[in-house]
Design a protein around this ligand. Structure first.
Ligand code: NAG
Ligand code: NAG
Ligand code: NAG
Ligand code: NAG
Ligand code: NAG
Ligand code: NAG
Ligand code: NAG
Ligand code: NAG
Ligand code: NAG
Length: 657
């Protein structure tokens, strides 16, 4: 259905107003405010900063270069300009470069620096700056060189870092106290096409070397040394024209890619013994060490034994698994999964789970995360810090063994960044079934939107979550020879990690259920408002019914409203598409959006909100034939991503962190 654009939009053109307000401050007055923060306690004593003073001509402010509105530099060589005191009040003069290396700066980096809209180079390296890097800086409009090395900066690197990609040439964050991983870009296919130097060395960063790095085609200088990076070095890095490379003193494993540049050993020393290949020792023996250990039967047994102390789980499973542990079953490694038939049941192990050992999990503690009509979900905490999720399916919920075993094996093979991986499957002799998944910390989107874990979710974050969920679904529908139907897509089954990446869970089970269990699940989906209308007549979910559920999910994201039965008020069923239809007809479309996502955006049309609404309604079309397919949904969601925000207009919001 087409959505008419109401007149309301003309009212929503906030921009001119905000522009006028922004022009009241020149860069020079802004810098005077920033000066106090930069110098910390002793800003008054800092000789260099003391030159930043309205009674001193701009040209004599140390460490700053100025640029005129036409893009030419202010020529401070002529004495007329050099002594001009009124330049200070000229709004067309802005700061182009700030170079304050090694001048004893203290305190935190002032976020107001991001308001310097023409700032291209910022050097604050070799000082004593503390605290996190302000997010605002990553939405800076022109920053090409950001040099913050050799300070005491802490915190993690937010994904919004890559918002700078359009203009970033050099990024130095070395010798700080940064933690966490190198984040994935918030936007798809970021290539950072002008980035030449990336230095993250001497921090406490961990996780893998991101697979998107090789897409930064201009990269010449890459230093990740002296952190705790693990995993393998992406092979595609060998395709870049790197002149400097340093991966030394991390915890990397696997084969070193075949770099034509013949980097010396120095670039790789101090990693795991399982890092191998030229210029280190040849792979072979060392490769074995790096080979992924699988989740062993003992490990799964251990998990369940650990749970026993805290949970009342079906006793039969415990006994079955406990005894298989006693026998120390060790299956052979097969290519993709491991399977062990014991007297008592069957254990199928899939790729991954290398962080688990028997000792780790023996004392794991458990906690019920949720219950559904077909089973219970537990969070199992491992002593050494790891956590996994166990889904115990009620007896008799799955259809016959012959049908589901191959299907479960297919599910266990699925690996995609937006799908929660299935690590193991256990079937007891009486048909009890246990699925082991990775644990995703932040919780489900339902929690974030409506639950106790409720938090502010900007449109940019929501768009990212929607796009992630769509990509996960696209992998199920189109990434394999035969499509896998999710069958139970809803906000509760979309888990969100700390970077707001969506991970679908609970997929592919609907089709495997016994008729009774499937009917119960369908009834629940109907109450929750995600069930496609045609499912009243036909019983089997398909890709089109998944798209319908996705449409409801997208409406839920846009409206911030829980679909389906409203527990608080009179058991009324909230049908989101009907609400939208009514609102559009009455020309009050704007009112249906969650007020929280309207905050900080320029206009709903510019920022893709209306497009998203249209897409969601298309997915919820009553006739399955006119619903878009998932590839089209992904394409449109990629297209409608919010425009990058200028910190000038909305200094307090960060567009994409
Ligand atoms: C600027 O310089 C003048 C004259 O040297 C001084 O009196 C004044 O305190 C300075 N202002 C600031 C904000 O430092
Ligand atoms: C100003 O003078 C310096 C040294 O004399 C010179 O290097 C620089 O290019 C001059 N700048 C401009 C903008 O003419
Ligand atoms: C000083 O700068 C102002 C603002 O750019 C300009 O209008 C004025 O003509 C300049 N004065 C001299 C003496 O160059
Ligand atoms: C991102 O890259 C993938 C794979 O290279 C491609 O299929 C997709 O169309 C790209 N998306 C955008 C928005 O360019
Ligand atoms: C690694 O970094 C730490 C600080 O994070 C530093 O003390 C140490 O000297 C560095 N090691 C090497 C080999 O550079
Ligand atoms: C690589 O990094 C380590 C640790 O940061 C440093 O000690 C070493 O000098 C670097 N080597 C090269 C070739 O840059
Ligand atoms: C490296 O580049 C070549 C040619 O451009 C391409 O065929 C190859 O797939 C690339 N390798 C990787 C690992 O991306
Ligand atoms: C390196 O990784 C291994 C497992 O992959 C882990 O046991 C070890 O503690 C790690 N070492 C460091 C220094 O992080
Ligand atoms: C790297 O080593 C190979 C084999 O030793 C040699 O053929 C090649 O020319 C070397 N490349 C560079 C850039 O030195």
């Amino acid at each position: 259905m087409a959505i008419r654009l109401p007149l309301v939009f003309s009212i929503l053109c906030w921009m001119p107003v905000l522009l006028a307000a922004a022009q009241l401050t020149t860069d020079a007055t802004l810098l005077l405010e920033i000066k106090g923060t930069l110098g910390g306690q002793s800003s008054g004593d800092n000789v260099l900063l003391s030159t930043w003073n309205a009674s001193i001509p701009l040209c004599q402010w140390r460490g700053i270069q100025w640029i005129k509105a036409d893009g030419t530099h202010v020529n401070c060589n002529t004495s007329l300009v050099r002594t001009n005191l009124t330049l200070y009040r000229d709004p067309s003069i802005s700061a182009y470069s700030i170079e304050l290396p090694a001048v004893g700066l203290e305190g935190t980096i002032p976020k107001e620096l991001a308001k310097l809209s023409s700032l291209q180079r910022l050097y604050l390296n070799i000082n004593m700056l503390t605290g996190p890097i302000p997010l605002e800086l990553f939405n800076s409009l022109s920053l090409a060189v950001l040099s913050l090395g050799q300070n005491r900066l802490s915190g993690s690197i937010p994904p919004s870092l890559w918002n700078l990609c359009g203009h970033l040439v050099e990024l130095d964050l070395d010798q700080n106290e940064l933690v966490g991983t190198i984040p994935d870009p918030a936007l798809p296919n970021v290539t950072c096409s002008s980035l030449q130097k990336l230095d993250f060395s001497d921090n406490h960063l961990e996780g893998s070397i991101p697979s998107f790095l090789p897409s930064f085609r201009s990269l010449q200088d890459l230093d990740l040394s002296n952190n705790s990076f693990s995993g393998t070095i992406p092979e595609a890095l060998a395709n870049l024209s790197l002149s400097v490379l340093n991966f030394s003193h991390n915890n990397l494993t696997g084969a070193i890619p075949n770099f034509a540049q013949n980097f010396s050993q120095d670039a790789f020393v101090g990693n795991s013994p399982a890092l191998c290949g030229a210029p280190l020792q040849a792979c072979g023996k060392a490769r074995q060490i790096g080979h992924r250990p699988r989740l062993s039967p003992g490990a799964v047994a251990g998990i369940v034994i650990g749970l026993m102390a805290f949970l009342v789980v079906a006793l039969s499973i415990l006994i079955a698994l406990g005894s298989s542990h006693d026998r120390k079953i060790r299956g052979e490694f097969r290519n993709e999964f491991e399977e062990e038939e014991t007297g008592e049941g069957r254990l199928v192990l899939f790729e991954g789970g290398e962080h688990l050992t028997v000792e780790d999990v023996l004392n794991a503690t458990g906690q019920v995360l949720g219950k559904t009509s077909y089973g219970t979900v537990y969070k199992a905490k491992l002593v050494q810090g790891g956590t996994i999720v166990l889904r115990l399916l009620k007896e008799g919920t799955l259809s016959s063994r012959e049908l589901f075993l191959p299907a479960i094996t297919d599910l266990g093979r699925l690996r995609h960044g937006n799908l929660v991986p299935l690590r193991a499957f256990y079937e007891g002799e009486r048909g009890e079934k246990l699925l082991a998944y990775d644990y995703i910390p932040k919780g489900s989107l339902a929690d974030l939107l409506h639950g106790s874990g409720r938090q502010h979710l900007s449109w940019a974050r929501r768009q990212k979550i929607a796009l992630g969920a769509a990509r996960g679904l696209a992998h199920l529908h189109t990434g394999l020879e035969t499509p896998i139907i999710h069958g139970n897509l809803k906000s509760k089954n979309v888990l969100v990690d700390e970077y707001y990446v969506a991970h679908l869970t609970d997929f592919g089970l609907a089709g495997l259920m016994s008729p009774n269990a499937a009917a119960e699940m369908m009834a629940a989906a109907s109450l929750q408002g995600y069930k496609a209308p045609e499912l009243q007549k036909m019983k089997k979910a398909n890709t089109k019914t998944d798209i319908y559920s996705f449409g409801i999910f997208l409406l839920e994201i846009l409206m911030g409203k829980r679909p389906g039965r409203n527990a608080s008020a009179s058991d009324e069923i909230v049908d989101l598409p009907s609400i939208v239809k009514a609102a559009v007809l009455e020309e009050r479309t704007m009112q249906i959006f969650d007020p929280e996502i309207l905050r900080g955006i320029r206009s709903p049309a510019d920022d893709g909100l209306l497009h998203a609404l249209q897409l969601a309604m298309g997915c919820c079309a009553p006739s399955p034939a006119v619903r878009p397919d998932i590839k089209e949904v992904v394409r449109q969601l990629e297209e409608l991503r919010p425009k990058m925000h200028s910190p000038l207009y909305t200094p307090r919001t960060t567009a994409l962190d």
